[in-house]
Design a protein around this ligand. Sequence first.
Ligand code: ATP
Length: 906
Amino acid sequence: MDIKYPLKTAYSLKVESLLNALSTDQKNGISGAEAATRSKKFGLNIYKSQKQKSLWLMAFEQFNSPIVYLLFLAGFASLYFKNPVEAKAIFIVILVNGLIGFFMELQARSSMRALKEMDVSYSRIIRGGKKIEIPSEQLTPGDLVLLEAGDVVSGDGRIVHINGLQVDESSLTGESFPVVKTSETLNADTEPSAALNMVYKGTAVINGNARVIITGIGENTQLGKISEMVGRSAPTKTPLDIKISKLTKKLIWITLIMTAIFAVSGVIEKKPWLQILETSIALAVAAFPEGLPIVATVALAHGMLLMARKNAIVKKLSAVETLGGVNVILTDKTGTLTENKIFVEVLSFPGEELNVAIKKGILEYKGARLQKSHENFELLVRIGSLCNDASLEGADKGKKSSGDPIEIALLILASAAGFHAENNIGEFKRISEMPFSSETKIMGTLHKGKTNFFVSAKGSVEDLLSKCKKIQLGSAQGNLDGSGREKILSRAEALSSSGLRVLAFAYLISTERPGDNYLQELIYVGMVGFLDPPRTDIKDAISACHSAGIRIVMITGDHPMTALNIAKKVGITALEDNKVIAGSELPEMELLGDEWKERILSTTVFARTTPKQKLEIVDVYQKAGYIVAMTGDGVNDAPALKKADVGIAMGLRGTQVAKETASIVLKDDSFTSISQAVAHGREIFQNIQRFVIYLVSCNLSEIFIVTLLGFFAQGSMLFPLQILFLNMVTDVFPALALGLGKGDSTIMQRPPRDPRMDIVSSRNWMVILIYALMMTCSVLLSIFLCRIYVGSDVRVINNVAFLTLASSQLFHVFNMSSLHSGMLGNEVTKNKFVWIALLLCFFLIVVVYLFQQSRDALNLDIIPFQAWVLAGLSSMLPLVLVQLYKLVFEKRSIPGRSKKTLVRPA
Ligand code: ATP
């Protein structure tokens, strides 16, 4: 079927013409078969920049680097100077180097793809008359999409049915005020960007709902056009990328200076040109940290995949590094710290309170079935099931349920009390609703009964009471005066103090349809106390964070007493600490003086807060120098999630907007996953730091040896291919293995690292230098011993130097374990990749030795047995020295552990 696509003027078409142009239907959408045909024809709903580069390009890129050009130069120089064996060996080195790079990049890419697959966004659509959810990339022109608050629009589309739709288009326009949409047809001369009857991909629905016909997908959307422009410019770099390139630049300078010194001294000493050229190139190659970025990427991707398997999906690469440095987590309560499996525990009516339980689908009070004669009770249950968006299929059999757990609990209550929600709804048809929001903390619905109208409302006790004028007292009603309100509020406080979530219920009956603002002059009926127990594993996770120097702060919409009770139960607040700040106490941001800021920074529980106040608390912490992680789920949480250094959205109960804004999405909504993610964040950075220290110290030792031998033992100078072998084999594989290892056991017992710090601190540079000198000394020692015990044959000395350096670099990998973990059984000895890398490297050395050709290429000979022993023993020098240092100076206490967890960062 031919359709008009792309449809550029959809906003000026009458709905009929639009539907004709796109051959679709505003009730049933297009059929599944038609959608498949259109997807084939118009492609997926993705941008070019999201399409992967081809394997050919990836392979080609491995050879497109200055280091490979240098190697080619060396290879051709060898050919020119008639040394074909060496030339062949250099070309093999280029090939092997390219292959290693290619496979590492492939590995990183497949980890990233696996991560992406876990983070698919879905669209609710109607196809062939059926309501379904599809991955947003399968959206096609003519699809009928259903939008509601919290959704992110996944394609450009024309609104055909609307109910108070407001959209945040800041991702497109930069303007963050909500745009009120319409379904009216607009003039043809309207600016497309001002077309209020259109919605655009990437924008967020803040309020209301709508039905939309898709008119543009992928690059044919407004956002697609921008992405195409952005895609052409350089990709944005993460702080880690920037640090790695800063480090690389430093190392390049060191390389250049050393190479220049070497080349000049060679010229002065009138060495053969080929030797000067090749050794300079080998030196440059040896010192150049070309493996750094790719090993960092592999380590990062591997770590992120592990995080995802533990329920934390990282969406922004930079978040991994920041996460390791987080020193305060602002967390919500319900579902994150608690189970979010909610049960009715207490029914509280004026003058009467019942502790109830639902057993086998029956509501019991004092062990017997609760009779439903009570007027307030009947009203409360009715309100609970009318003012409710959850569903309970086969409720009496305790089967499938969907929706807000609090509302599910109310439906279960109704069913256990012998009410049937369907009957209620059948009798009282819902004609209007005021959805629950964390600002109003109330939900209300208006129903039309046979003879009258019924308003049902539920919400936080304080907020709902402010809308009530009367109180239901059995079959009578009374005025709700000040003391009556006081009594209810103090009962609510008492219930909250015991850790229950408390909801109040109210109603109104009238013969005439109430106005739009029908939540007023209500009649108070009673309260329900819900039990929402803390998650079982939460205490350990919180105490792990505390020992890691991370402050935990609860920010919840719930009652202050409920919040405090849970905070004490899970260990966020000390048992004797009763400090809690309610949102109503907090002054406006502009009026926050120093005293208030201090109060905020010293309080661990915030209750009854609005999303705007969450944003302000984040700001206070950030201005005090904290690195803030913050959880959120609602559409209104998006600004705070964006502002926090690490925004964490809830995968199960979070809105699409929150998930798209956050840098991490938790698959299971649990706080434990946050603490595990922090540990992984630290581990990934530690791994990167480790292999950088390892790689740079090995490279530096190569430079020292080449320079020293060049000056003092010219005859036994390392040959270029030997240097290349060291550089390409003995340091790359162990470095990679270090990048994939686990963190040491004290990783969560140290204070967080400042993520702004360089990968290699000045102290680390000292350590690198010492390691490099130790490896250099081990080579000098082997040469010295060789001269005494084996003889002064320059070839043998060269071979011994080469073998000593190769194996001392391999043994050096064991020096990379933390000073605080033991000599044996530490995180490096337990890393299986390290053992695989070592076996592989030793195997390659043996292979090189076995074949005449490779021996010749590397200038190796069959050397006396004593020479092997000397090389083997000397190469252990750095390992022995470091282990001795550990034994003698190992500090039993972990650095920074004594600094108490709640210390403010500098
Ligand atoms: P958190 O912010 O930690 O997730 P919360 O779920 O209690 O905690 P909100 O969802 O903002 O926070 O709820 C705030 C208050 O609004 C609750 O304490 C309750 O009184 C009321 N409330 C919660 N859910 C509903 C609902 N579905 N209908 C009406 N009122 C509700």
